[in-house]
Design a protein around this ligand. Structure first.
Ligand SMILES: [Zn+2]
Ligand SMILES: [Zn+2]
Length: 227
């Protein structure tokens, strides 16, 4: 099993064989999977998808602030809470570079994307990161659906680490993305869903969204694995 050393338990029953459906064994054991907290069936911020703390307001404080800076309609859906288990997963997947781990959430992510019926745009990673890691973790999560890689990171933003800046500075960071030409004809008039792995401050996905709106996208929503 991925995520732990539990033995692979995929008994191939007669029912499975005669169901004529592709047998998809679980990629992680039930105990590991239970550590992740799904956000889909709990009360969340209407805009960014984070778990709601103050139930009297449907929009979190962060998103109230964003409303003043970001003139476009944007709603993000997050699948899981960014808790200790998810942090650990991201560490193993991204920073230790275990690309097999994309399989843990791949089916969930792609099912959501297909359901949206939208053009799927992935958030790019910096070429230096790609070189170090050897893969784009967002594309891994989307494996199996058609995506459009029309965005790339601008040269000047390399190695600007978000976590190292204070919040005020983060909110005002210049646009980190630009289009891979020609993207205009792909984007104009389209309903788009942007995919990223983690929604942290919202800066990344909102910058991507505003660029798509500026290119004439009809509507832009977001999907992130975690928030
Ligand atoms: Zn396990
Ligand atoms: Zn919010």
């Amino acid at each position: 099993m991925l995520l732990c050393q539990a033995p692979l338990s995929t008994a191939l029953t007669l029912e499975k064989i005669f169901s004529f459906q592709k047998v998809r064994p679980p990629r992680a054991c039930a105990k590991c999977l239970s550590q992740f907290k799904p956000l889909l069936d709990c009360q969340t911020c209407r805009v960014c998808g984070r778990r709601a703390v103050d139930l009297s307001d449907d929009t979190c404080l962060d998103c109230h602030k964003w409303r003043q800076q970001f003139p476009y309609p944007f709603v993000n859906q997050a699948l899981f809470e960014y808790n200790a288990a998810m942090k650990d997963f991201m560490k193993q997947y991204k920073f230790l570079g275990d690309y097999r781990l994309r399989a843990v959430f791949n089916q969930l992510v792609t099912a959501r994307l297909k359901q949206s019926g939208r053009l799927i745009v992935t958030v790019p990673i910096h070429p230096n990161t790609f070189e170090e890691r050897g893969f784009n973790q967002v594309l891994g999560l989307c494996e199996g659906v058609q995506t459009v890689s029309c965005l790339k990171t601008c040269q000047i933003t390399k190695h600007t680490r978000q976590s190292e800046k204070d919040r005020a500075a983060r909110l005002q960071t210049a646009q980190p993305f630009e289009f891979v030409e020609p993207a205009g004809s792909l984007i104009r008039g389209k309903a788009i869903i942007i995919v990223d792995d983690v929604y942290t401050t919202g800066t990344t996905i909102r910058h991507a969204a505003s660029l798509l709106y500026q290119a004439g996208a009809n509507s832009v929503t977001g999907l992130t694995l975690a928030r």
